[in-house]
Each structure stands twice: as structure tokens, then as C-alpha cells.
Design a protein around this ligand. Sequence first.
Ligand code: S3P
Length: 183
Amino acid sequence: MDSSITPPENIILIGFMGCGKTTVARELHQRLGYPLVDMDHTIEVQAGKSITQIFAEDGEPVFREMEATLLMSLMDPDAPHRIISTGGGVVVRADNRALLRNMGYVVWLDAPTSVIIEHTRKTRSRPLLLTDKPEERIAQLMAERRSLYQETAHLRIDTSELDSSELATGILESARYFFAQHP
Ligand code: S3P
């Protein structure tokens, strides 16, 4: 990379469904004033329909394509300071993982499977969990993805014992430290 080009300083939240990415992203957005991009929400606006509808009508591969295209568009030298909340499956593609690492500080919000089951129990907005046995699906996806979150993130935080304010404080402190080391 040309040393005269400043690397982007986005703060990017990754992690499984129900780990609190959206809530923590809002808290970071309020505290820092950086624009907030909630990728799922942006995809819904672009497609003019819900994630559930996209999965049902177009299929998961179409959703993954939209997700990858949106991610690429966020690697924008004119907008290097954003809070980006990703969908839980963004790490499945190797290209996305490589891109995320170059877009800023990547924080993995993690939680035990039992907590994820509890957090995702009441909503029906996650097509991958609309099965007879969502607990088994969660455990299976988690097993597939854990190493992918691990290799993508600069920081992992277990969210289960912390509220969104505490999480935001920790992320901001560590992000400042990270960006100071990677000017
Ligand atoms: C998905 C997670 C969802 C959404 C889509 C697929 C996944 O986002 O992108 O339903 O593959 O884990 P959240 O993690 O925000 O629920």
C-alpha cells in the first residue's frame, strides 16, 4: 500500500446472530458521531424487501452476493470513519474476511450458545433459524463459523456479562489504541 494513503478507521462489529451487534453499533454511533451502517438494514432498503423475503424469494446465494457487494462499496476512501454492523454470516466468504481486516478495527461480539438461543428465541426475522430445531441449527452454524470470526477479528469480547454501554466503552478504548499503533 502507498504509505501516503491513510488506512480506513472504521469500527466493524462481527459475530453470530443475537450477540448484540446492532445495539452496540448504535451506542458507538451515538458516542463517536461516526455514521452508522447496519448492513442488513441497508440491504433491505436497497432490495425493497425484508431479509426473510430475500431468502424466501431469491435464495441465500442472492443475499450473500448483495452482502458482498455492499461490503465492497463500504471500502470507500472518502468515508473512512464509520461504525459498521455486519450480518452474522458475512465471514463465510474468504473475500469478505480479507476485506474486513483491511477496513478498520474488527470486533467479534461473542456469546455462549445458550445466550444466543435465548436472544434469538422470540424473533422470526432470521430465516436461517426458521426450522423445527433452531437450537441445533445455532450450534451447527456456530461450530462452522467460530474459527472464521476468530481469524477475522482484531478483538473478541464475550458480551454475556456486559451491557451495551460497557461494551462500547471497551471497544472505543481498544480501537483508539489499535489505530494509534496502525497509523
Ligand atoms: C445471517 C445473519 C443475519 C442476516 C441473515 C443471515 C447469518 O444478521 O444477515 O439473516 O447468516 O448469520 P444478524 O446477525 O444481524 O441477525
